[in-house]
Design a protein. Structure first.
Length: 545
């Protein structure tokens, strides 16, 4: 049991620190995410009583205090829990309260970590009093002072854990000046003051019961009751269940994790009016959010959408850093988040509403209503006109053509029936990229000559296909050509329509153009060899004659 007990306490404290920062795994440098600890260690007589003996990993019976010592050793050895930047304090409590002021308070080097391990393992440095009481009020009072020092000298937003490890209940010595409830009230008031000022709970209280303990006991305060008094979490080793230690720890702590995150909110009744979509079926909007957190939080996306409308953040993510420009008193701060709504290509006219939520590293439970207006419109598909052709010919170039097709569709309401004229102006595409170096500023006519006109008459058909035939001259350099076709529409009512259609055309080289970089040198070499052979042959003939 000693080994499992040690693993339990170690995993508990690792989860405590992980729970404190579940939302900042990538919001900032992990080296800045550290917690401070004030350990309150029970050294009362029951810790060395034969009635609390436990089995060690090798089957031997050892005192509960020795099992606790082994657990503390594992805690200090784990750099994930106690980092180089963490500050730590150890307080023992029995009949007397003692701060281990000669122990290292920060493990900035392996040597200091080793020194602390030696202190913990030394019976002279850490021992229990077999006749000792359990003076919890005195331990909490000193923990209060030490936590205040840590908050005053470091970043006020760094989480400080006050962790009491005990096997009993409050049993103060005769004449003890401090009572548990007044001290607990003072500590809880300070905790709430910090939470109100900083936006998050930075003083985390944990009481770990090292054996099965009663929830209530007449005339005293139990460990479970103490956890309630100080607004903390009580974890009873004896009552944990699960297939593994991490499972048991998670079951004990999962209800506290959400409360340790920062909070993100929007005003009650907040909504986004995107207005009317543009000619590409999009509209932009924004909404204010308020964040209460000590550390940078992220909004990484939005959830929920109308079946016809999708919404995305304008930025890949929004980093909300309440510490920016603020050194202390990091109060709730306001941020403006911009997003874009896009309606699907076949969305008919009308006003569309829905709700969205925020995907964030902080708690973000608010929902935001939105609306967007879609007027009568003409949509073109595809949205980007693409085509590809390989140039014919081998030893000599040949002209070719590239057929393209655009579909125009009228999405009308009751106010916009009738016939609409569509005009596509002459346009060209310019060579953007090529597989080989060229100095030609090549252009390719998409629509040559006069304006291409067509009529879309809702009375006969809501769709009209426009055919284009791009002529590709024989000497046109191969590569990627980009351009756009300018479009104008006119009709009996106002409609929204794309004013341009992007074009991307790929002209692939002919078979000869593909092999010519290699074929020409080979042919020249072959011709050279033939000429050389002829010269040698003629030279031999002259010698014979």
């Amino acid at each position: 049991m000693a080994r499992s007990f040690g693993l339990f306490v170690l995993a508990t404290l690792i989860c405590l620190q992980a729970a404190a920062f579940p939302h900042v795994a990538h919001a900032a440098d992990e080296s800045d995410r550290h917690a401070n600890f004030v350990f309150l260690i029970d050294v009362s007589g029951s810790m060395v009583s034969k009635s609390t003996m436990v089995a060690s990993a090798d089957g031997q019976q050892i005192k509960l205090f020795e099992a606790l010592r082994q657990a503390l050793k594992q805690i200090i050895e784990d750099e994930r829990l106690i980092s180089e930047k963490s500050r730590i304090c150890f307080v023992t409590f029995g009949t007397k309260i003692s701060e281990k002021s000669t122990w290292p308070s920060q493990l900035e080097s392996p040597a200091l970590r080793q020194k602390l391990l030696e202190k913990i393992q030394s019976p002279q440095e850490l021992e229990a009093d077999k006749h000792g009481d359990t003076y919890m009020a005195g331990a909490l009072n000193l923990a209060y002072e030490k936590a205040k020092q840590l908050s005053a000298t470091g970043d006020p937003c760094t989480t400080t854990f006050i962790v009491m490890l005990t096997d009993g209940w409050d049993e103060p010595p005769a004449g003890a000046p401090l009572k548990i409830r007044p001290v607990a009230s003072r500590l809880l008031a300070k905790q709430r003051e910090l939470e109100s000022r900083l936006g998050v709970n930075t003083w985390q209280m944990r009481v770990i019961g090292l054996q099965k303990l009663p929830e209530r006991k007449t005339g005293t305060t139990t460990a479970s009751q103490l956890a309630d008094l100080i607004g903390g979490e009580f974890i009873d080793v004896a009552q944990q269940e699960g297939d593994s230690v991490p499972d048991r720890i998670f079951a004990a702590l999962k209800r506290t994790i959400e409360g340790l995150k920062g909070e993100l909110r929007v005003d009650e009744g907040a909504s986004i009016d995107f207005g009317e979509i543009d000619d590409h079926g999009k509209a932009q909007g924004s909404f204010p959010v308020f964040v209460r957190s000590c550390y940078p939080e992220k909004i990484t996306g939005v959830s929920g959408k109308n079946e016809r409308v999708s919404i995305a953040l304008d930025e890949h993510e929004y980093v909300l850093d309440p510490s920016a420009g603020v050194t202390t008193n990091r109060l709730e701060r306001r941020y403006e988040v911009k997003c874009t709504a896009t309606v699907d290509p076949g969305c008919p006219p009308g006003t569309y509403t829905g709700e969205l939520g925020l995907l964030s590293t902080a708690n973000a439970r608010s929902r935001i209503r939105f609306q967007i207006r879609v007027p009568a419109r003409i949509v073109f598909s595809p949205e980007i006109l693409k085509g590809e052709v390989r140039k014919p010919g081998f030893f000599w170039p040949e002209n070719s053509s590239l057929p393209l097709k655009i579909n125009a569709r009228l999405l009308a309401d009751k106010n916009s029936p009738g016939a609409y004229d569509i005009a596509m102006s002459p346009a060209t595409a310019t060579l953007e990229a090529t597989d080989r170096a060229t100095s030609d500023a090549a252009t390719l006519a998409i629509i040559a000559g006069s304006t291409l006109k067509t009529t879309l008459d809702a009375a006969t058909s809501a769709e009209q296909v426009v055919n284009l035939n791009v002529a590709v001259p024989a000497l046109q350099p191969p590569g990627l050509y980009k351009g756009e076709i300018k479009v104008t529409t006119a009709g009996p009512a106002k409609v929204v329509a794309a004013q341009s259609i992007p074009v991307e055309l790929i002209i692939k080289p002919s078979a000869w153009e593909e092999i010519s970089p290699l074929a020409l040198p080979v042919l020249l070499a072959l011709v050279g060899c033939i000429i050389l052979a002829c010269l040698l042959w003629m030279s031999r003939l002259q010698k014979r004659t």
